[in-house]
Write a protein that binds this ligand. Structure first.
Ligand SMILES: NC(=O)c1ccc[n+]([C@@H]2O[C@H](COP(=O)([O-])OP(=O)(O)OC[C@H]3O[C@@H](n4cnc5c(N)ncnc54)[C@H](OP(=O)(O)O)[C@@H]3O)[C@@H](O)[C@H]2O)c1
Length: 326
């Protein structure tokens, strides 16, 4: 029986404690299924939540880790028509840190050939989240100001480039000076340093225009600063909590500025809005990746075997995503 490598965990915990490189049987595609070969997978903060047992949905154990990856169709099960070996598709989501997996042909998400493979690998979670945050949460007039934290995250750099293309203006909060120029080169209007007191100068940054939307994936003081700079009736969307700290809400801004706090989860959007809505978002992402107006930086590529070194790299200071390749 054919076998392949997979990064699995048999319990929830820290990646370095629970992840194991294992050899598992390579499945044969059943009727109506295809087998997909991994080309490249990514590491996302939500992977740590899934491995650690704290995410909004968890897998049965033992589980193959990883949620995002690009693959190519490698074998067709009985009765599968209209699909060719070699087509680029999203790797089956329930475990991308492995070499092969099968899935129903009807559920495949196809990636246009015009999208570079390494961009496609990081296209399925963060860019569509950025697109939804800009397009699906509040109605923004062209020229509207947006503030976001984690400006150098994959969501953050997607927001910067998409906002530019959509005619919105951005203030991006980051933790390191050396990120200012690279983010400006991607189209950021202003890049500010967390903890520098930047919020006091927000009016000068926007030329007195109100900030309509705040995108928060950090929490703590970083999120509180955003609430303070939002204009009357502005909305803060929380979609991540990297510091793990509570967002401390300054009451007066709710009362006097009518600020709104809401959440967003791409997984829920996919589940509740239907395939057509997801396709519309992905088509928009792929159009931008194909014409080069959306390009996410990449940090480094590791072999599956080097998963712990990859995780260490991922947790350190970086601008782009860490990729895993077979
Ligand atoms: N709700 C959803 O549907 C959804 C979808 C996609 C992503 N997300 C969330 O969006 C966020 C970004 O994801 P991503 O994949 O784009 O991230 P990423 O590319 O892996 O980058 C991680 C970012 O988090 C920052 N960060 C990490 N720890 C931090 C801390 N303790 N304090 C402040 N900043 C910290 C990093 O800043 P440094 O470089 O300074 O370390 C970096 O900007 C995550 O919270 C993720 O869970 C949510």
């Amino acid at each position: 029986m054919a076998e392949h490598k997979a990064i699995r965990h048999h319990e929830f915990g820290k990646p370095q404690d629970v992840l194991k490189l294992e050899t598992v049987p390579t499945p044969e595609p059943a009727a109506g299924e295809v087998r997909v070969k991994l080309l490249a997978a990514t590491i996302n903060p939500s992977d740590y939540g899934m491995i650690g047992g704290s995410y909004g949905r968890l897998r049965e154990l033992p589980a193959v880790a990883g949620r995002e990856g690009i693959g190519e169709v490698e074998a067709l099960g009985e009765g599968v028509t209209g699909i060719e070996v070699g087509m680029k598709v999203r790797f089956p989501e329930e475990g991308t840190w492995q070499e092969y997996a099968c899935m129903p042909a009807a559920d495949l998400l196809f990636v246009p050939d015009a999208v570079p493979v390494e961009q496609a690998a990081i296209s399925f979670i963060n860019p569509p989240t950025a697109y939804c945050l800009l397009k699906k949460v509040v109605d923004l007039e062209p020229g509207s100001w947006i503030v976001q934290n984690a400006g150098n995250s994959a969501v953050g750099v997607s927001v910067i480039q998409m906002a530019k293309a959509m005619g919105f203006k951005t203030i991006s909060q980051v933790r390191r000076e050396e990120l200012i120029e690279p983010l400006k080169a991607m189209g950021a209007d202003h890049v500010v340093i967390e903890g520098s007191g930047w919020a006091k100068q927000a009016k000068e940054l926007t030329g007195g225009e109100p900030i309509r939307l705040a995108l928060n994936s950090i929490g703590g003081e970083s999120a509180t600063d955003q609430i303070k700079v939002l204009g009357t009736g502005g909305t803060q969307v929380t979609f991540g909590g990297m510091v793990g700290d509570l967002v401390r809400f300054p009451t007066r801004f709710l009362i006097f500025n009518d600020v709104r706090l809401i959440g967003f989860w791409w997984d829920k959007f996919c589940k509740t809005q239907g395939a057509e809505a997801v396709k519309e978002v992905m088509d928009a992402v792929y159009a931008m990746m194909a014409d080069g107006s959306l390009k996410l930086p990449l940090e480094e590529t590791f072999a599956l075997e080097d998963i712990l070194a990859a995780v260490e790299k991922d947790k350190g200071p970086r601008l782009g995503k860490v990729l895993l390749k077979p």
